[in-house]
Design a protein around this ligand. Structure first.
Ligand code: GLN
Length: 547
């Protein structure tokens, strides 16, 4: 029967609940257990698909096509368990389901209330089959005390009450601020936050305390006493140089042991941490460094490109080098020479994005990389920019552009080398999109297969001619231009299995210039770097040796 671990946070936001959950998942796996990680988010958007990356960070896409919170990316990177549509839910989704049911008359005329109707809906989400895994880890977004989060806290309280004793535990993350003037770690905010939890009927079993300084024994005892938690279950979480140290660091502080104790699992199976020791070694003992520019639009908020940065780090690990990522705002050279902004990098990555802003700069970045023979990795919009660049500057179509930009401005300015796709095949059925569809949920989303050309660079990198990758886009490169571009050397080396949709392009006379319509960064893991990222960083290392 699955055991449930509910993970909550208090005192301040951004304490790293997602990372703690992911690291705990990895540690339980290291002890031989199967895990699944899920997230309850209190915001009212139905899903994060329509939220600006500036506000919410990246949207993480699952194989089954859900647009989810970036924490699911952490979960997947640490556990290797592919996240699913049903792994995240927001208040917006819960409320909209309740309201749909109300409209259908499912509640038989009852007055609809937060308790029990909304909380029951949340509990229904939590219930997903007891035999599936050994541990279900469920993180509650936000901080205890937030108005929006209350129904979730109430639902997890009820859930643990409904279950047999000992099947659910609560793990709470807090902050121990350090007062430099008195040289002390303060425990009061933690005490208050635990009180807040207790006032809604939840008594934490394990406390994870973020702290910049070692927690003295005396303070640990005080926290244990005032918060009604065993002393050994007060676990310290110190700042780390790399997130990939988290599993080992939490293990050293006794987190997995505390959790198993709380479930009264004894003796605890011994952990095999070799995977994380190897990752640690690769992070801490690089044999060189490469500088990679991510040329994008959302450069002010690094979280907007979270998975790109992580996948590059993994690529570095596979080559035993440190990848220094620098963010370059493409808009700056929309109307000036790109070279001064791009010189000195060993490789250039143009990530995904939406809208026209900054695209002229990205096209220039593709041109710079092509002409200077610098490794270029174009992902989704980055591939589309590379194709437009080739069409304009090599194939003699100066007005080449994307329909996306014409749609945005409302006037026809470009020859649509990249066009708005209305119908496509998924697996063995047809998907159609109406022009007046809402913004949310109208994209080609989730995992699709692609067939790679025998002998192409990408087939060599993947070691296969058949791949599955995740997508999130509305526009596609038009195969109408395939022959003119291929004549000039930009080969369409990956296509959808029906041969209609370009999935990968590569310049044949370039050391490493690849554009992909999908998002390989979402599937990369520290212990299994994505082959495209591993090879891209390898190419960057080669450039770094030449200079
Ligand atoms: N805006 C482009 C499209 O919708 C690219 C999307 C992306 O980069 N994720 O096709």
């Amino acid at each position: 029967m699955a055991r449930y671990i509910f993970i909550t946070g208090g005192v301040v936001s951004s304490l790293g609940k997602g990372l703690a959950s992911a690291a705990l998942g990895a540690l339980l796996q290291a002890r031989g257990y199967s895990v699944r990680l899920r997230k309850l988010d209190p915001y009212l958007n139905v899903d994060p698909g329509t939220m600006s990356p500036f506000e919410h960070g990246e949207v993480f896409v699952t194989d089954d096509g859900a647009e989810t919170d970036l924490d699911l990316g952490h979960y997947e990177r640490f556990t290797g368990v592919a996240a699913r549509n049903t792994d995240s839910v927001s208040s917006g989704r819960i409320y909209s389901t309740v309201l749909e049911k109300e409209r259908r008359g499912d509640y038989l005329g009852k007055t609809i209330q937060v308790v029990p109707h909304v909380t029951n809906q949340i509990k229904e989400f939590l219930d997903i089959g007891d035999d599936e895994v050994d541990f279900m880890l469920c993180e509650i977004g936000g901080t205890v005390g937030d108005i929006e989060g209350l129904p979730f806290f109430e639902a997890i309280r009820q859930y643990s009450h409904d279950r047999p004793r000992g099947q659910c535990i609560f793990m709470h993350l807090t902050l121990l601020p350090y007062l430099a003037a008195s040289g002390e770690l303060k425990t009061k905010p933690t005490q208050h936050s635990v009180k807040e939890l207790q006032s809604i009927g939840i008594a934490p079993d394990v406390l994870v305390c973020r702290s910049e300084h070692p927690i003295p024994e005396k303070e640990r005892e005080k926290i244990a006493l005032f918060c009604n938690v065993r002393k050994e279950h007060v676990v310290a979480a110190y700042d780390l140089k790399s997130i990939y140290e988290a599993p080992l660091a939490y293990h050293e502080q006794g987190l997995d042991q505390a959790v198993l104790d709380a479930f009264q699992i004894a003796p605890a199976p011994k952990p095999d941490l070799s995977r994380w020791r190897d990752v640690y070694d690769r992070v801490h003992n690089p044999e060189g460094e490469v500088k990679v520019a991510i040329v994008g639009k959302y450069v002010q908020l690094e979280d907007a490109y979270k998975s790109f940065k992580e996948a590059l780090t993994h690529g570095g690990m596979s080559n035993r080098v440190k990848v220094k990522v620098e963010w370059v705002d493409a808009e700056i050279f929309d109307s000036e020479d790109a070279a001064p902004h791009l010189e000195g990098y060993h490789a250039i990555l143009v990530p995904g994005g939406f809208g026209e802003r900054g695209t002229e700069g990205k096209i220039k970045a593709a041109q710079f990389a092509r002409e200077r023979k610098i490794p270029y990795f174009g992902i989704c919009l980055g591939m589309q920019m590379a194709v437009i660049e080739a069409a304009r500057n090599v194939a003699g179509i100066p007005s080449a552009g994307s329909e996306e930009f014409d749609h945005e401005s409302g006037e026809k300015r470009f020859e649509p080398v990249v066009y708005h796709l209305k119908e496509w095949i998924q697996g063995n059925h047809m998907v159609a999109r109406k022009t007046d569809d809402d913004k949310g949920g109208t994209m080609r989303l989730g995992s699709y297969s692609a067939t790679l050309a025998e002998g192409s660079k990408v087939a060599g990198i993947y070691g296969s001619t058949s791949i599955e990758e995740r997508h999130r886009h509305r526009y596609e490169v038009d195969t109408k231009y395939r022959s003119v571009l291929e004549e000039k050397g930009l080969v369409f080396s990956g296509m959808s299995p029906d041969g209609k949709l370009p999935e990968i392009v590569e310049w044949t006379d370039h050391p490493w210039f690849i554009g992909v319509q999908f998002h390989p960064e979402l599937k990369s893991k520290p212990f299994a770097p994505h082959p495209l990222f591993a090879d891209f960083v390898r190419a960057a290392v080669e450039v770094s040796r030449l200079v």
